[in-house]
Design a protein around this ligand. Structure first.
Ligand code: GRF
Length: 194
């Protein structure tokens, strides 16, 4: 059986990418075949270097007005394309090229606290300001809209009265690290691996 090939897209630190790499490290059937970023110097690119994983630094022009790197990405025959903190919306050409193969993790309970501009600390500040009793994570398929595709997994965490955006961010990131790799594994097991 061909090994499951995962491509990770990330714009920042890459702590989720690191957890995914660690989770599949000893799994001969799954490999992280490429790490894509839109930010030169992003922490995730340093992780890729250290892990010996090929990287692709994408440019806005080609991504949104050009071929969206579809051929480059297809060459890796990805079973899944995983957005782990990737801050650009995907161009329709890319979404269309990999139907039901692109997933994203959002640090809140969609459909609330999602959409354009709702990322990182902005999400947690909005949840704290709204005095929500709980928050959580949503893992979902990606379509042409921000944070909009079919949900795959959600889990919750209580928001304590003394929580700040920072303490809530830490709680939510812990959930991401705990669940994202396992959800990816379950998706790989349920879909035809190329
Ligand atoms: C996470 O909070 C995730 O929910 C969001 O972007 C962040 C990624 O963090 N999509 P990291 O780069 O994986 O540390």
């Amino acid at each position: 059986m061909n090994p499951g090939s995962i491509i990770i897209f990330a714009s920042g630190t890459g702590s989720n990418a690191q957890k995914i790499i660690d989770f599949f490290r000893n799994d001969p059937a799954v490999r992280i075949s490429l790490i894509v970023s839109n930010k030169a110097g992003a922490g995730v690119l340093g992780i890729a270097e250290r892990e010996g994983i090929p990287t692709l630094l994408i440019e806005k022009e080609r991504f949104f007005q050009g071929d969206a790197y579809v051929d480059v990405l297809s060459a890796y025959q990805p079973s899944l394309i995983v957005l782990a903190g990737f801050l650009w919306k995907l161009p329709p050409a890319l979404v269309k090229a990999f139907p039901q193969k692109i997933i994203n993790i959002h640090p809140a309970l969609l459909p609330n606290y999602g959409g354009k501009g709702m990322y990182g600390h902005f999400v947690h500040e909005a949840v704290i300001n709204a005095k929500e009793p709980e928050s959580g994570i949503t893992i979902h398929y990606v379509d042409e809209l921000y944070d909009h595709g079919e949900y795959i997994f959600q889990t919750r965490v209580p928001v304590a009265p003394d929580d700040t955006a920072e303490t809530l961010a830490r709680k939510v990131l812990k959930l991401e690290h705990e669940h994202f790799p396992r959800v990816i594994q379950s998706l790989l097991l349920t879909q035809p691996v190329q």
